[in-house]
Design a protein around this ligand. Structure first.
Ligand code: SF4
Ligand code: SF4
Length: 377
């Protein structure tokens, strides 16, 4: 199913994974050579990190999110995935915040030799991917793998990635993936998808290797009532979402309103901190710099996440072409929701809501887009 397809795929051919056997799933993946990465609690947030066992999962916890707010709280439930999303999805695992791409060394005869810094990576199994993050992954695949030049560093990490998705059952107040057509159920891009019930999981294979892992667990088929409960839960999760974008393709509306007074208004509130672009699972802007040894004998070429909110992002030949927060915020919104359609055939927003929760002043992309697109000048 293509990225952004709004239709929910009904669950077919499902197994039932009792909660106490989740550990077996992790062990099965480890036996197949994967290092398991999944949700765990660190520094007051649910983050993705190495999973040593199912005990590392955030059981009995949920998240409360609102503009400028993120908190985890205890629910008393046995559920391990009763939360929406943390500050990051898959992005930092595949597109590292900072990494060396190549090294150059000056030889004794003055010539330069270049060596790739790409190193072999462990095979990762990512546990708990959400539908919005799979949509973002499909966009990053388009950008990093299927453009004119495939990115070897991203490709190296992406090649063996095994994905266990979990359908979202507890959207945050900031989520709007139903509005963008990207969730809350995972419909493509996974090896195994899990729907969580109080006692266990309805498990569905999405690839041959996913089927191999499930078959090795020797699970019983899921009952029709369990499958129906997951379907109901997904519909409830979609209907609980209150935020929406004013359309899936806002290109014309945004570019017709480049002088809208709201750009000034939002610039008064925005701190140009770049949090929104850091947490956004689809943002891929980066800078590249040379780090040269003092003796000039060698240098490293380093790639780091950048943001359209930094001064250097629009610096060209002595001029910063977006000199203020108004033009930088406008660049973020018109690219993300407008010109992405020309580049990638869809919007760059998958409705995860992270930029709303993690914005220190609570700027809400759905509200800004609605005012600018629906209340044109
Ligand atoms: S723009 Fe905001 S809501 Fe949309 S994908 Fe990025 S972080 Fe998520
Ligand atoms: S919109 Fe919010 S998160 Fe983004 S740069 Fe402005 S203040 Fe920072």
């Amino acid at each position: 199913m293509p990225p952004g397809d709004p239709h929910h795929a009904p669950i077919t051919m499902s197994d039932y994974l009792p909660r106490e056997r989740f550990e077996d799933l992790l062990q099965q993946l480890e036996q197949a050579g994967y290092v398991c990465v999944g949700p765990t609690v660190r520094d007051g947030a649910i983050v993705y990190d190495r999973l040593n066992s199912a005990a590392d999962l955030p059981a009995g916890l949920s998240d409360e999110q609102a503009p400028g707010t993120y908190r985890i709280r205890s629910t008393g439930s046995t559920r391990q995935f009763a939360w929406a999303n943390g500050p990051q999805g898959l992005k930092p695992l595949l597109f590292a915040p900072r990494e060396t791409l190549w090294q150059a060394t000056r030889q004794s005869d003055g010539t330069l030799t270049f060596a790739s810094a790409t190193v072999a990576q462990p095979k990762l199994a990512f546990i708990g991917a959400r539908a919005c993050d799979l949509a973002a992954l499909a966009l990053h695949d388009q950008h990093f793998l299927h453009g004119a030049h495939s990115d070897p560093t991203y490709a190296n990490r992406r090649r063996d990635l095994f994905i266990v998705a979990v359908h979202c059952s507890h959207p945050a107040q900031t989520c709007f993936c139903a509005s963008t057509g990207d969730g809350p159920s995972a419909t493509y891009g996974f090896d195994i998808a899990l729907g969580e019930l109080d006692e266990g999981y309805v498990a569905q294979a999405g690839s041959e290797r996913g089927q191999t892992v499930l078959s090795a667990l020797g699970l019983a088929p899921a009952e029709a009532a369990q499958v129906a409960a997951i379907e109901r839960q997904s519909q409830d999760a979609a209907s609980k979402q209150t935020r929406t974008l004013p359309g899936r393709n806002l290109r014309a509306a945004l570019f017709a309103n480049l002088d809208h007074p709201r750009w000034h208004d939002v610039a008064e509130r925005c701190l140009s901190c770049g949090n929104c672009t850091s947490v956004c699972p689809t943002c891929f802007c980066h800078s590249e710099t040379e780090h040269t040894q003092l003796d000039g004998a060698s240098s490293e070429h380093v790639r780091e996440w950048d943001s359209c909110f930094t001064r250097g992002h629009s610096y060209i030949h002595g001029v910063t072409i977006r000199p203020d927060t108004r033009t930088r915020y406008r660049q973020w919104l018109t690219h993300k929701l407008g010109s992405w359609h020309e580049q990638y055939g869809r919007s760059g927003c998958v409705g995860c809501g992270r930029c709303i929760s993690w914005c220190p002043v609570g700027i809400d992309i759905t509200e800004e887009a609605s005012v600018i697109c629906l209340q044109g000048q």
